[in-house]
Structure formats: C-alpha cells, structure tokens
Design a protein around this ligand. Sequence first.
Ligand SMILES: *Cc1c(COP(=O)(O)O)cnc(C)c1O
Length: 364
Amino acid sequence: MPALMPRPSILSIEPYVGGESKIPGVNRIVKLSSNEGAFGVPPGVQDAYAKLATELHRYPDGGATALREAIGARFGLDPARIVCGNGSDELIGALILSYGGEGTELVMSAHGFVMYDIAGRYAGCQVIKVPERNLTADVDAMLAAVGPRTRLMFLANPNNPTGSILPASEVERLRAGLREDVLLVLDSAYAEYVTRPDYDPGTALVEAGTNTVMTRTFSKVFGLGGVRLGWCYAPPHVADILNRVRGPFNVNAPAMVAGIAALAEPGWVEKSVAHNDEWRTKVSDGLRALGLTVHPSEGNFILADFGTAERARDADAALKVRGLIVRAMGAYSLPQCLRITIGNAEECGMVLDALGAFLRGRDG
Ligand SMILES: *Cc1c(COP(=O)(O)O)cnc(C)c1O
C-alpha cells in the first residue's frame, strides 16, 4: 500500500492516447489520425512565427488582447467575452474544475469527445454518458439524464469521432430544457467545416443567456495543433471566472502571433472547406462503394465501420503497411470503426487505394 495516493477518481482515468505519428520501418508517413487541417501550416503563420524568434525573452501579453481582438473582428464577437487557452482542452478543464467537482455530475453523449470524460474525472465529477441515436446526441435522453447534482453538460457539435451534428433548433431545445444552474458547453472545434444553413456554433445561445459557453480551436482548420491555441466565448461572469483560474501567461507568445496570422491568411478557410467538402464526399462514396458503412460527417474526418473489431484491426494494419496512420476507435467503444482524417488529394487517394486492395484481397 503506497503512502502517497491521488484522489480516488483520478485512478479511474485512462490516459489520453493521441493519434500515432510513426510506424517502425516505414519512411513516408501519412498522418490522418488527429484531424489536422489538410494543407498544413498557413504560409503567413510561418513568417510571423519565424520573426518572433528574437523576442522570445519577453513574457507574452497575459490578456491576449491583440489575439482576442482579432478573433472578435473575424467572428463578430465581443473580445471582452473571449478567453484564450493553451488549446481548447485547457478551457474545457478549467470550466469543469470551476463549475463541477466532487459531488457533481457531468453529462455527455455516449460517444462524445473523450476529453470531457478525462477532465471530468480529474475534477471528481461523476461522468454520465447518455446513449445516442444513430451515433448522434439524443436531446431528450440528454435532458432525461440530468439530475439535481448535474452542473455541466458537454456537446461537441459536430462531434468527434462520430462526425454527427445537431441543428441549431435542437441545441436550442437542449438549452431550454436545462436548469439555470447547469452550464452547457458547446464544443465547436469543427465549426468552420460546417456548411449546413441550419447550424449555429453556439454564438446565439451564449449571447441569449448566462449559462452557455462555446469553445473553439486553432488546431483543426487553421492548422496550428502544434502551438496549442483555443478560445471560448462566454457570458461575462463565466469569462471572469476563467480569467481568475487560468495561468497568467497560459497562452504563449508564439501561439498568439500564429493565431493572429492564421486569421489573416487570405482565403485559407474557404480553400480548406471547399477541399474538405469535395474529398469527404469522394472518400465516403469510395468507401461505401467498397461495401463499408460510412457515417455522415460534418467535420474534416469520417468514421468508417468495418463490421467487426477484427476487420477494423486488419484494415488498420493494411493501411499502416502503406504508411497510412488513421485512428483506431477502441477508446470510444467503437472498435469496429476507424476514424480517417480528410488529408490532401493524394493522401485521400492513397486511403482509397489501400482499403480497396485490402477489401478486395479479403473478400474475393
Ligand atoms: C480536436 C478537438 C478539440 C481541440 O482541442 P485543442 O486542445 O484546441 O487542440 C476540441 N474538441 C474536439 C471535439 C476536438 O475534436
């Protein structure tokens, strides 16, 4: 019996396993396991980042003022209600520690983003996972799962790893059915990729009330996963709480410079979204033609169902032989599925070729 022990809930956490990036013995790796944007780092970011090299002895602006103003201008939001973080993961954790903790419950959908579960357990919350319909969050079931001790509800919209989405009307119904003392966190990490007209990333609900927060990230369409930069849009009293608990310099100077340059990159989001629309359709249709079930996705990734865990594992191995790394889904209780990021055109072609060869070899 070791003398030193963490709080009991912490031992129930399974460590987060990120997308793999290396395969022993394979030289050219195509990493399609972490939903990083298809076009790499925006060129303007690379210049801005390099220019900062001689200024790294300076502390960053702890208020992230220029970055919050740039985000506000881009998305039409009040910078005073924006809080930036070392990835949106940091903000998710800070919200849970601030409003949840021992004796409270956090509600999420069964295949919601795994960080809510990890950060919820870290804080000591009881994490309630609500069954979905067709791998999509079920608003009625989410509301029915709320109890007197519930303080937090998380919804990734679109959701990772399922790619599913709820229209604005359903998210409004969810908020309307929640008590005032329950914070609804809308994680809109993939918002830029959504082209459906019935979608709202959460802005309207944040502004309409006092208990909804929207989180966003620079890690996906803006191509900055490596610098760790996210932000949230919150009611003023929630922004105030986050500004009390966050580290005074939680966003580093290179991340801020990179974020501002990414927002300024001409045509970047438009180009990325057009590419994603085209190739998400081509990859989905191609895999369906090979006999796989591909769930409809609103993100820059697809979830392909191979029927059994064994077949998914064999497909994963066949992809790896060709240097293609995708995401196994055992940690999400979807071992029969693989999540595949939409890469550039060549990379998407490689996935279709590899899975075509795998399925043909196996089936006939
Ligand atoms: C990728 C992702 C994030 C982004 O996390 P960062 O910490 O900002 O890199 C957040 N939520 C979901 C659902 C994601 O898939």
